[in-house]
Each structure stands twice: as C-alpha cells, then as structure tokens.
Design a protein around this ligand. Structure first.
Ligand SMILES: [Zn+2]
Length: 149
C-alpha cells in the first residue's frame, strides 16, 4: 500500500487515522464542532492535510519533534537512537505520548508500509470493520464501544 508521505508524522501519530484530518477531508461540520470542543479551538481551525503537508493542524505547525527529526535528517523517531528523548517525555498531551511510545517501536520493527497497514487495522471497528480514528470511543457505523490507543 502506497502511503502519502505527508501523512507520516515523524512522532508516530499517523495522520491517516487522525480525527482532525478525517473531519477536514470529509468536510464534516458536526465532527469539526465536536473536535473544536475537545481541542479548545474554533471549528474552522479543525483542518489539516497531514503533518508534513503545507497545512498541518494548528498544534502541529510548530512541533519540537518535527523540528528535531528534520534537523537530524530522519523520517521519524523510529530512526533515532535517542528515542524516547525529552521531546517525547515533555509532550503536553499524555494520551498522544502514550501512542508515540507504542507506535514508534512498532514503526521501527515493521518498516513504514507494514506499520501503516497495522495502524489502519488497529483503528478499525472490531465488530463491523469500519474505519475509526485515534481516540474514537464508539464506532460511528455500528455504535459498538471501542477502546484503542
Ligand atoms: Zn462498527
């Protein structure tokens, strides 16, 4: 499976399963409204084309992890011997940090293509197979409760 490289956030928070990007791509006003409450931003700020695109989400525009990997010439923290470094440890969102600590070793182990496949699979409904997003608590198709990080 070919993956758009702008979706490969170096921190391991894969943009293909990010709620912000999904709400933006689907132009889903109701979902944007909900996410704006979760993230404390305006609904019109819920937009993103991917971490490495020209227009990442507000919080992802300036990111110490992204800056660090770019300075080191790495595609992601999975290439770095210092993982998990202070940039990960100090990341202000505990849930995101937890995902990074899970996802980066998996990325390192599987390589990009297989890892992306595994991330998509991880964030799909165990009941009906519908695509979910990171942080989803309920499948929007079959309404099954889900707990995935
Ligand atoms: Zn479902």
């Amino acid at each position: 499976m070919a993956v758009a490289k702008e979706l490969l956030a170096p921190c391991g928070l894969f943009c293909g399963v990010c709620s912000i990007r999904i709400a933006h791509v689907n132009n889903d006003a109701k979902f944007k409204e909900k996410l704006s409450g979760v993230y404390g931003v305006k609904p019109e700020d819920i937009q993103c084309e991917g971490c490495l695109s020209e227009t990442p989400f507000l919080f992802c525009r300036s990111c110490p992890i992204k800056t660090c990997t770019q300075q080191k010439g790495y595609a992601g923290c999975h290439e770095c011997a210092d993982f998990p470094c202070v940039h990960i440890e100090n990341f202000p969102f505990p849930i995101a940090k937890k995902v990074m600590l899970r996802a980066i070793p998996a990325w390192k182990e599987l390589g990009t293509e297989k890892w992306v496949e595994a991330e998509y699979k991880r964030y799909s409904c165990p009941q009906c197979g519908s695509a979910l997003f990171r942080g989803a608590q309920r499948c929007r198709s079959c309404k099954t409760e889900v707990h995935i990080d």
